[in-house]
Design a protein around this ligand. Structure first.
Ligand SMILES: [Zn+2]
Length: 474
């Protein structure tokens, strides 16, 4: 029997506000434990939460970017459960009236666009962090009260790859909007996955399991792959899927049961009495709409139409807003945007990726890429020399023209000078000449190599080829 998987994702993003959602404490990551706390986020008796306006603005911006319905009237709710890292004994979240509903995330998979429908997005506060050590368990409340948006997709994805693309697209958008840094390792983007399988053609959903503890896109995909296989095996053996929460074990590459249905929580949601309902008016939404930057898909299409670069290149260049801005600054200044794109994608990103660095960390300026491409296009240096010049630029931040002048790298295009060198090479390699004349035309590569060696790579390759063909033909 053929099976189909059904996947829905719940993503928590940590918002880039300076302060927490209901108090003025800092949201900075990595501070010593319990230094960013106050009576409000420690859940002391008698304190009152005050909603951070920025959190609402970020939520509305995301809603606008994803085409969600923005509820003009929404309400916070208490989600009750006990855990040491939750000082109040409840989490302030939203339940029956979330700020955003519907909308979708566009993903690009197997050469086409697909829209993954959303169910809802709501605001809530984060819990603290429990740290278990051999000498005991500790709790750090720095994270308690840090603002989150929970983005709940509908169960409409069918492969781990779709789930991975969904996460990448969502991350790209929240980074473009500057509302979340999308750093999965530091936990500012977290993902839980609901997955079930059913015979292909069946419309009823199978029993799902919930997967937790995946801290990279790769692990989400791997965990889903494993879990789908596991569920299919259980069903094939005539068993039944138990509804449960399972943890991804990265080292073993398997999912393990954490708690089953009987132990699952009953949260006893009720409207938060300490906060008034939230009212949003159109003028506020309009103002925020004006602040939304050009989003990745639009930018990609514009790069293709405006600069005439390849679509797959535009896709990579628009992955990060900083990279897109970098390309655009360079491309604006020169008539050959595709060459600019090539240098950024192959050389600059190549070096940056090798060192695990981001575009903002490079000393190479967009104008220097333009200068380098001009040197190549104008015939001052050849492509091979340009690569070594780039390496120098990347290390030192020097201008390509200065590097070329200081090192004397200007291309040799003087025909008579090159003819002399070619003649020497031909004279010194009689065996290769014989081979060439006996029909092994690809021996020419060897001669070109010899000429390049003699000129320290500076000869104009096209001219060398021309002269070689002529001399070897004599
Ligand atoms: Zn606080």
């Amino acid at each position: 029997m053929e099976y189909e998987a059904v996947i829905g994702l719940e993503v928590h993003i940590q918002l880039l506000t300076k302060t927490k959602i209901f108090c003025g404490c800092s949201t900075d990551f990595g501070a010593p434990p319990n230094t960013h706390v106050c009576p409000v986020c420690m859940g002391m008796p008698g304190v009152l939460p005050v909603l951070n306006k920025k959190v609402v603005e970020y939520a509305i911006k995301l809603g606008l970017a994803l085409g969600c319905d923005i509820n003009k009237f929404s309400r916070f709710a208490r989600k009750n459960y006990f855990y040491p890292d939750l000082p109040k004994g409840y989490q302030i979240s939203q339940f029956e009236l979330p700020i955003l509903e519907n909308g979708g995330v566009e993903i690009y998979i197997n050469g086409e666009y697909k829209r993954v429908a959303l169910e809802r997005i709501h605001m809530e506060e984060d819990a603290g962090k429990t740290v278990h050590r051999p000498d005991g368990s500790y709790v750090d409340y720095n994270r308690a009260g840090v603002p989150l948006l929970e983005i709940v997709s509908r169960p409409v994805m069918h492969t781990p790859q779709e789930a991975g693309e969904y996460l990448r697209s969502l991350r790209k958008i929240v980074r473009y909007l500057c509302i979340c840094d999308g750093n999965m390792e530091e936990g500012s983007l977290r993902c839980d996955a609901n997955v079930s399988v059913r015979p292909r053609g069946e419309t009823k959903l199978g029993t799902k399991t919930e997967l937790k503890n995946m801290n990279s896109f790769k692990h989400v995909e791997k965990a889903l792959e494993y879990e789908i296989e596991r569920q299919i095996e259980v069903l094939e053996d005539g068993g039944r899927i138990e509804q449960q929460t399972r943890l991804w074990d990265e080292k073993q590459g398997i999912t393990k049961p954490m708690r089953s249905k009987e132990e699952s929580f009953e949260y006893r949601y009720f409207p938060e009495p300490d906060l008034v309902p939230l009212m949003i008016d159109d003028s506020w939404i309009g103002k925020l709409r004006d602040e939304i930057p050009e989003l990745p898909r639009k930018k990609l299409e514009r790069f293709v139409s405006e600069y005439g670069i390849k679509e797959e290149d535009a896709r990579i260049l628009t992955d990060e807003k900083e990279l897109a801005d970098y390309f655009e600054e360079a491309a604006k200044g020169y008539k050959n945007p595709q060459a600019i794109a090539n240098w950024i994608l192959s050389e600059l990103l190549g070096y940056l990726n090798k060192e695990n660095k981001e575009i903002k960390n490079t000393v190479v300026k967009p104008s220097q890429i333009v200068e380098l491409v001009e040197l190549v296009d104008g015939g001052t240096i050849n492509g091979k020399i340009a690569k070594s010049v780039f390496k120098d630029m990347y290390k030192t931040g020097k201008n390509p023209k200065d590097i070329v002048n200081d090192k004397g790298l200007v291309q040799i295009t003087d025909r008579s000078a090159l003819e002399g060198i070619v003649e020497d090479v031909v004279k010194n390699n009689p065996k290769a000449v014989e081979q060439y004349k006996s029909g092994k035309k690809n021996t020419i590569g060897f001669f070109v190599g010899q000429v390049m060696k003699a000129t320290k790579g500076k000869a104009n390759p096209k001219l060398v080829n021309e002269i070689l063909v002529q001399k070897l033909g004599e």
